[in-house]
Design a protein around this ligand. Sequence first.
Ligand code: 6PG
Length: 265
Amino acid sequence: MTSRTVLPRGDTIVSADAAVVIVEEESAAAARRAAEHIAEIARQRAESGNECFLALCGGTTPAQMYRSLAAPPLSESVPWEKVRIFFGDERDVPHDHVESNYRMAQRALLDHVPIQPVRVHPMPADSDDLAGAAAQYEALIRQRVASDKRGVPRFDLVLLGMGGDGHTASLFPGTEALKESKKLVTAYHVPVLGRRRMTFTYRLINAARSVLLLVTGEDKAEAVAKLLAADPPDKSELPAAGVSPAGELIIVLDSAAAKRTDLRA
Ligand code: 6PG
């Protein structure tokens, strides 16, 4: 069973007038739905003669979705030669480390599809000069991704997850990164983690043509209910509430994550 609800978005919206919320009974179905949406965007961009610029996220939720995207026949429908992949955030570990978002995406997706390595751009989040590395990654994005009329590179799709505390990408509650209004990519020490992270800022996320927020599991139900409330908390308390793309916002949930809302599969 699937449900599709269009919710008016609160005053956090920059321009789009609604978020589409899709609830699937099981996490596997939610993962498939998200994979199908990404494949469709890649096909649409290729059919219009464009490259497709994707920003992937990490954590555990996307792995199931990446495996769906890497599995035929869906994977065979994607024009991988037109796809260019960046990462929306990364941990301060080498790319072969078990905690690396790049490594997770590589094992679940990139090793199984015919995308040339030169079209995949891991975030250098384990650099000693993290601020310099963030500036370099931002420069790479500016070089590769066409900008909107405000001069901000416009991804075709930014994939996001959400933590139980409402963080998204590596934008954590109560941190300075939430206030960053100039940089597109920033790096900082995250007090709650005791670790450094590199992350897209809202400025880059919200310039996207499409943002897909994939959230599954009962442990996210409270944060989802806050996010979808008529009057969501401020982004400083719930960073996912600051995701307000110029284009479409699609939120894909499983029934466990939607449990504290009145949305059902
Ligand atoms: C990361 C992710 C992060 C993730 C959430 C949810 O680097 O951890 O990019 O933003 O989406 O933490 O993580 P789970 O999917 O593991 O619940």
